[in-house]
Design a protein around this ligand. Structure first.
Ligand code: BTN
Length: 253
């Protein structure tokens, strides 16, 4: 049966039963000349990808979606869209959650429910010199199931006590919220997105441990910089700027 998915204007849907990865499918179509606004949604992925080369286990029932964009801006500016996406995802989920549970963001773009990871964003891009040719925003949300063996504890919307919603309905909500935030970002830049992210950010002002390719660093989460990097102050008072890594909140590393 075809998915009855209504999307915000300017977006068009390709809905698949199964694919290796919706990001990979979006990439193939980008290379073949597909226009911005293409949304790929699949019921299942056989080779779903997470950040930093990790697999994203993708059984039926959860949300797997990728949006193709052609933002015509520098790669550094385009990377801010991962924050656009996570803020949009938080807004799309907020009113489905029980009292006392609010969406929280773990740097850079994990979605936490009740302190556990329920979703994430994988941004991939191709740039031609100083300009981004295409940008793919991949979104995965655990709606009805979650893996039990992840480094960071995982959960799902259902396990967190949220109101059940199908992947199709959440996709439609998410694309609507994404469109609103993406237009805001195009008009006003990163400032409003950064503020919205900080309002729901986990761990700001407290101790965090960050695992990077160079090792682990513990310190106070000072701020989210204007370019999306994380500012940490270690216990010797030295400031560090982190551009890639995994954050662990107290008691989780
Ligand atoms: C993360 O590690 O937190 C990012 C997870 C992103 C998973 C989504 S599912 C849809 C899209 N296709 C993929 O292969 N990955 C992203």
């Amino acid at each position: 049966m075809a998915d009855a998915l209504e999307l915000a204007s300017g977006y068009s849907l390709v809905s698949l039963d199964q694919v290796d990865s919706t990001n990979e499918e979006a990439k193939r179509r980008a290379a073949a000349g597909a226009s911005a606004g293409l949304v790929i949604r699949a019921r299942r992925q056989t080779a779903g990808k997470g950040r930093r080369g990790r697999p994203w286990v993708s059984p039926e029932g959860n949300l797997y979606l990728s949006i193709l964009l052609r933002p015509n801006c520098s790669p550094a500016h385009a990377s801010e869209v991962s924050f656009v996406a996570i803020v949009a995802l938080g807004d799309a989920l907020a009113d489905l959650l029980p009292e006392g549970v609010a969406p929280a963001y773990k740097w850079p773009n994990d979605l936490l429910l009740g302190g556990k990871k329920a979703g994430g964003i994988l941004l991939e891009s191709l740039s031609d010199g100083d300009l981004t040719d295409w940008l793919i925003v991949g979104v995965g949300v655990n709606l009805v199931s979650h893996p039990d063996d992840t480094a960071y504890p995982a959960t799902s919307l259902t396990a967190a006590g949220g109101r059940p919603i199908g992947a199709v309905a959440l996709a439609s909500r998410f694309v609507g919220e994404f469109d609103r935030w993406y237009e805001n970002w195009r008009r006003h830049g990163f400032g409003p997105v950064r503020e919205a992210w900080l309002e729901r950010a986990a761990g700001v002002g407290g101790q965090v441990t960050v695992a990077t390719e160079d090792g682990q660093l513990t310190g106070v989460f000072r701020d989210l910089r204007d370019d999306g990097a994380l500012e940490i102050l270690d216990d010797k008072g030295t400031g560090h700027v982190i551009t890639a890594g995994d954050v662990f909140l107290p008691g989780e590393s």
